[in-house]
Design a protein around this ligand. Sequence first.
Ligand code: 2AL
Length: 254
Amino acid sequence: MRIKLINPNTTGSMTDLIAATARSVAAPGTEIIAATSRSGPASIECHFDEAMSVVGLIDEIIDAPAADAYVIACFGDPGLLAAREITDAPVFGIAEAAMHAATFVSTGFSVVTTLERTRIITEHLVRNYGMEHQCRRVRATDVPVLELERPESNARATILAECERALVEDQSSAIVLGCAGMADLAAYLEDRLQVPVIDGVAAAVKFAEAIVGMGLKTSKRGDLAPPLPKIYRGKLASYAPGNGLVGPTSLKAG
Ligand code: 2AL
């Protein structure tokens, strides 16, 4: 099966890191097609970045060839529901995937993420995904996304210290890594913390394999039906649903 792994930020080196993790967990018959968004922010750390990243993400989904499943490799899960509207192939956000994975191996987890403002955005996701009972706390490290890539930064030690505090202060028994750029830290942290450390990229790839393997597709009944044809004006005119660019022609608006 073919899984398209989309980094919705425009930093190609981060895509390489994410793709390496995805390929390390993928089953032998799974092909990972890694793509970096061609338009938008270099890192996604606030609501505006998220909003601006969505058109680049959509471009990657509508580009041929189609995949059997898509993974949005950013912990804000930007554009997740919009993406599910324009394809019937299953689409996975790494935050949703990681939180679900954590519930299978613990009764209470903490999310350790990047900036304080990103922490607040993650709290919205926890509520949206109905994870309030299992997510004990979301913690910020004040490490900017692109700092994760700089070996000379203290990011690794800072994140380890925050995870240690989470286990003691939140009484959590698992850690969810709150950024795609932390994908390469899971094994290092798990070794030191001796609890499950869940990277959403790996979780999303494995869920994608499972859901595709079960023959499931995104429901087209209700709000995930293809967007209704209408006029879009200005810079986004070409994205108007129904003019050929958005939505496989085999899907009917419901
Ligand atoms: C992210 C992420 O995973 N990639 C990015 O650019 N921003 N999310 C985050 N919580 O910092």
